[in-house]
Design a protein around this ligand. Sequence first.
Ligand SMILES: NC(=O)C1=CN([C@@H]2O[C@H](COP(=O)(O)OP(=O)(O)OC[C@H]3O[C@@H](n4cnc5c(N)ncnc54)[C@H](O)[C@@H]3O)[C@@H](O)[C@H]2O)C=CC1
Ligand SMILES: O=C([O-])CC(=O)C(=O)O
Length: 310
Amino acid sequence: MKVTIVGAGNVGATCADAIAYRRIASEIVLLDIREGFAEGKALDIMQTQTTLGYNTKVSGSTNDYSKTAGSDVVVITSGIPRKPGMTREELIGINAGIVKTVAENLLQHSPNAIVVVVSNPMDTMTYLTLKATGLPKNRIIGMGGALDSSRFKCYLSQALDKPANDIQGMVIGGHGDTTMIPLTRLASYNGVPVSEFLSSEELEKVAADTMVGGATLTGLLGTSAWYAPGASVAYLVDSILHDQKKMIPCSVFLEGEYGQNDICIGVPCIIGKNGVEKIVDIKLNEDEKAKFAKSADAVRAMNADLKSIL
Ligand SMILES: NC(=O)C1=CN([C@@H]2O[C@H](COP(=O)(O)OP(=O)(O)OC[C@H]3O[C@@H](n4cnc5c(N)ncnc54)[C@H](O)[C@@H]3O)[C@@H](O)[C@H]2O)C=CC1
Ligand SMILES: O=C([O-])CC(=O)C(=O)O
C-alpha cells in the first residue's frame, strides 16, 4: 500500500515517520518543492529502519509527481503554517493556490487515491480540493477533528488526573480557534460522563483550552505544532488503508447532514477503505446545534474567499 505526502516540512515528515515505524503502509513518497528537502527527510527516516525494526520503503522527490503514481492515499500538507498571533484563516491567500495545484498534480498520477487535506485553513482547503478536482465526496477528507479530539482528551486527562487512553471524547465543527466544538456533554472516563468528576467551570476551561490548542502551541514554538498533527494523520490513514471503520471526526462535504449543505466541516465519520463510508448523525442538544450552525456560518464565510480561484 502506497501513501504520498506532499510537503516534507514539520507535519508531512512527522506523519511519514509515524506511518513508517507503525508499518501502516509498505511504501511512502514524500514530495516537496524545496530542492533535495524531501529526499533528505526520506533518507533520514529510512536510517531509523534497523533501530526501530520496520521495512517500509520511504523515498523523497523534488516536485516530480511521476514518483507518486499509483498511491492509495495522498496527504496534502504543503503550504505555510501560521506564526504566533495569526489565525489559520490568514493563511488562505498563499495556501489556496498551493493546495489546488498540488491536488490536481497528485490526481493526474493517482486517479483512484483518497485525498487527506491538512493544510490550513483546513475546512476551506478541503472544500477547495473537492470543488477543484470534482472527486466524489467520500474520497476527500479534511484532517482536523482527530487532532482536536486528541487535544481535548489530553486536557481532560490532565483535569481528571487519569490516563488519556481511558478518556473518550470528540470535537466537531470547524478547525478554527473559535469554530471548534468540544462535545463536553458526551465525553466520558471509561464510559462514565466526565461531568460526574469535573465541575462545569472545569469543563468550560478544558473546552476553551482545546479550542485554542493550536494557537497555544504556536505561541510556544514560534510555528504551529507537528507531533500530534502528524500522528493524527497517521491514525486517519491507518483507518483508511486497513479498513478499520473507526469513527473519527473529519471535515467532509455535507448534503443535508447536521442541517448544512455545500460545506466541508468536522462531523463524526466512519473511515474505511472507501474513505468516508458514513457520516454519523449524532443527536446534538439545542446549545450544540446553535454552536454548529454558527461554526458553519464562519466556515462558509471563509469559503466565499475562494471565488477568485474556483
Ligand atoms: N489540519 C491540521 O490539523 C493541521 C494543519 N497544519 C497546516 O499544515 C501546513 C503545513 O504545516 P508545517 O508542516 O508545519 O509547515 P512547514 O513549513 O514545516 O512545511 C510545509 C512544506 O510545504 C512545502 N511546500 C510549499 N509549497 C509547496 C508546493 N507547491 N509543493 C510541494 N511542497 C510545497 C514547503 O517547502 C515546506 O517544506 C500548514 O498550512 C499548517 O497550518 C498544521 C498542523 C495541523
Ligand atoms: O494551529 C495551527 O495553525 C496548526 C493547526 O491547525 C493545529 O495545530 O491545530
